[in-house]
Design a protein around this ligand. Structure first.
Ligand SMILES: C[S@@+](CC[C@H](N)C(=O)[O-])C[C@H]1O[C@@H](n2cnc3c(N)ncnc32)[C@H](O)[C@@H]1O
Length: 238
C-alpha cells in the first residue's frame, strides 16, 4: 500500500482551502469523462507515483504467471494506463501474440504509445473497455486482464458480461490488485470529492457470485491483505 499513499498523498482532504483533485478543478463529480480527466491529470507522473517495490514486482509477475498466457495469445489489458503490464506480457506472448491496451485516458494511452510503440505486437486504444473490446478484437480474446482498473468501470456486471462474450473458448478473465478490497476501497474513499472516491472493488465473494451468474467458471478467487486475484474461464465450447 506504500505506493498508493505516495500516489494520492497530496490529493486528500479536499475541504475548503485545501488542494483540489484535478477533477474538482474541472468541477465535475463522476462518470467516465470525469475519470478520464482525473487520470489524464496524473498520467505524466503515473509511473513514478506507482512504482512497485522489487517484492511487489515479483508478486505481480507471479500473479501474471497464474493467469497462464500461452504464446500466440490475444490479450486485452483493460484499463492499461501507461502500459505498466508491458514488461510482464511482452516475454509471455511470443512473437505471434498480441496485446490490446485500452484506456479512457488519452494521456495514459499517449504515454504507452511513446514508450512501447516500437513493439508491433502491442496496440493502444483510447476508449472505454466496455464499448471497444469487441470492436478491436472481433475474432475473440484469449485473456482479459484488469490490473488495478476494475473498480473504475461504471457498470461492473455489464463489463463482466461483455468480457465473457468476447472471450474465445478456453479464454480467461483476470482481475488483479496488489491489495484487498478493503485496502483498495479505503484508498479510493480517501480521495474525497474525486470521481474515483466511490469506485469500489467488490469483495472476492461478491465478485465470484457475479461471475457465476454470467457464464464464467471461477478458477481462482483469492483475497488477503496485499492481494486480490480472480480468474474466471469462459464456458464456451469450441
Ligand atoms: C488505477 S489506474 C491503473 C492503470 C494501470 N493498469 C496501472 O496499474 O498502472 C486505472 C486506469 O483505468 C482506466 N479506466 C477507468 N475506467 C475505464 C474504462 N471504463 N475503460 C477503460 N479504461 C478505464 C483509467 O483511465 C486508469 O488509467
Amino acid at each position: 500500500m506504500g505506493f498508493f499513499t505516495q500516489l494520492f498523498g497530496n490529493k486528500r482532504k479536499t475541504s475548503a482551502g485545501r488542494e483540489a483533485t484535478p477533477t474538482q478543478a474541472a468541477g465535475k463529480p463522476n462518470g467516465n469523462a470525469q475519470r478520464a480527466v482525473f487520470f489524464d491529470a496524473m498520467a505524466s507522473e503515473w509511473d513514478i507515483m506507482t512504482k512497485l517495490s522489487q517484492t511487489q514486482e515479483q508478486q505481480l509477475a507471479e500473479l501474471i504467471d497464474r493467469v497462464g498466457i500461452p504464446e500466440g495469445s490475444v490479450v486485452v489489458d483493460a484499463g492499461c494506463g501507461t502500459g505498466v503490464l508491458y514488461k510482464y506480457l511482452a516475454p509471455r506472448i511470443g512473437s505471434t501474440g498480441r496485446v490490446l491496451g485500452i484506456d479512457i485516458s488519452p494521456r495514459m494511452i499517449s504515454l504507452a504509445e511513446t514508450k512501447f510503440g516500437h513493439d508491433q505486437r502491442f496496440r493502444w486504444h483510447t476508449g472505454s473497455v466496455e464499448k471497444c473490446i469487441e470492436e478491436i478484437a472481433p475474432d475473440g480474446i484469449d485473456r482479459i486482464i484488469c490490473y488495478s482498473s476494475f473498480p473504475h468501470f461504471d457498470d461492473q456486471k455489464g463489463f463482466l458480461q461483455i468480457a465473457a462474450q468476447a472471450l474465445r473458448p478456453g479464454g480467461k478473465l483476470a482481475i488483479i490488485h496488489l491489495g484487498s478490497a478493503d485496502e483498495i476501497n479505503g484508498l479510493h474513499s480517501n480521495i474525497e470529492d474525486s470521481p474515483v472516491a466511490h469506485d469500489t472493488l467488490p469483495s472476492i465473494r461478491d465478485l465470484t457470485m457475479m461471475a457465476q451468474d454470467l457464464s464464467l467458471a471461477v478458477q481462482t478467487s483469492q483475497e488477503q491483505p496485499g492481494v486480490y486475484f480472480f480468474l474466471g474461464a469462459s464456458l464456451k465450447r469450441s
